[in-house]
Ligand binder design. Structure first.
Ligand code: CP3
Length: 346
């Protein structure tokens, strides 16, 4: 495994690899953007995909939470939906509504419109951003690269927009399993190339976001999600520490640990002790503070974060939220979360 030995604060990498650390590392999913006034100002000037495609802007946004909140890792500013875009689908981001894919995949002829692209032709801007970010980070903290899990990307590529249930996407899988598996394999092949490209450009670790994994039964999670995640983890885990976050899919923690991933993200609906029992001793757990709890008064945040750290116990834990930070969280509440972890010792 390639390892950047110039990183001064490498708590995250050491924790993912199961090495001893002085304290628990901390970062927050979706930490770049949304709740930061410095980000919102940039949003007024540039469209979302302009922010993703311009390496200078992506770099500036990636560094904001490191400078402002003091997290132990940077996560690349981009989006999981740049992959469907690179495969040939149009993706728009509508202010206050979220993603819109005007021509979603419904039939075989829709599938013929997309391809497994050369990532160097289509996603070069992400690799350029990573190179610039690594330079600007100058070894302060590691850089996390990421991609959406094939199942979560299928949800958007078929449904065409966000949804609480993704019932059209699920209906597509149950009515046309052959098409669904062709699409999932195309996304998987693209994602493997994409994550390898991110690691080659300098990402120190990568996370696979399966935000909608919890919509599937345990059996369907294996069929439509985990068998593809397994391929991705197998392809990248020897190049960089790999984290799998499948929100709500706690009933498959044992199977996810068996993929060989270094870290598993969990949400706040499962207790740390239970997650540890399912996942076993040889994987790092990441999570699992309820993002809405960051709306509590800061003394409550401090007390509950301390309880969370004690519940996970020392070692093999990366403190994080159980899902992305909410846009309406005051910055000092995010800072209270981070500071509590950084001050805590077992
Ligand atoms: C499902 C999903 C998406 N994108 C992502 C996921 C998986 C994680 C999760 O479940 O939260 C992942 C993502 N999206 C973004 C990042 C950047 C890095 C980070 O800070 O973690 C990451 C890791 C930026 C973004 N991606 C998006 C924004 C907000 C739009 C804006 O700032 O104009 C940001 C900062 C847009 C986006 N992109 C997506 C949605 C549903 C939306 C709209 C709603 C929202 O704000 O989350 C798809």
């Amino acid at each position: 495994m390639k390892r950047d030995t110039t990183i001064k604060n490498d708590l995250l990498i050491r924790t993912l690899l199961g090495e001893p650390t002085e304290r628990t590392p901390v970062w927050m999913m979706r930490q770049a953007g949304r709740y930061l006034p410095e980000y919102i100002r940039l949003r007024e000037k540039y469209s979302f995909f302009e922010r993703c495609q311009n390496p200078q802007l992506a770099c500036e946004i990636t560094l904001q939470p490191v400078d402002i909140v003091g997290v132990d890792a940077a996560i690349l500013f981009s989006d999981i939906l740049v992959v469907p875009q690179a495969m040939g689908l149009e993706v728009q981001l509508i202010e206050k509504q979220g993603p819109l894919l005007p021509d979603p995949i419904k039939t075989q002829s829709d599938l013929n419109r997309i391809k497994v692209p050369d990532v160097n032709d289509t996603l070069y801007y992400v690799f350029d951003a990573i190179k610039l970010i690594k330079q600007e980070l100058n070894g302060r903290v590691p850089l996390i690269g990421f991609a959406g899990a094939p199942w979560t990307l299928l949800c958007y590529m078929v449904q065409g927009k966000g949804s609480k249930t993704f019932d059209e996407a699920k209906g597509f899988c149950y009515q046309n399993p052959g098409l669904a598996h062709t699409l999932l394999q195309m996304i998987t092949d693209t994602t493997i190339r994409y994550l390898k490209g991110q690691i080659a450009a300098g990402a120190d670790t990568v996370q696979i976001f399966d935000s909608w994994g919890g919509l599937l039964s345990k059996q369907d999670f294996e069929t439509f999600s985990l068998q593809y995640i397994r391929q991705i983890v197998a392809a990248v885990k020897d190049e960089a520490p790999t984290i799998v976050f499948a929100k709500g899919a706690w009933s498959s923690l044992e199977e996810m640990a068996a993929t060989g991933a270094h870290g598993l993200g969990i949400d706040w609906c499962i207790e740390p002790a239970m997650a540890r029992k399912f996942a076993g001793a040889h994987v790092t757990l990441q999570g699992n503070f309820d993002p809405a709890k960051l709306l509590s008064p800061t003394p409550v945040i401090r007390k509950e974060v301390t309880q969370m750290l004690q519940a996970f116990g020392p070692g093999r834990h990366v403190a994080n939220l159980g899902h992305g930070i909410l846009p309406n969280v005051p910055v000092d509440h995010a800072r209270a979360f981070v500071d509590t972890v950084k001050e805590f010792r077992f």
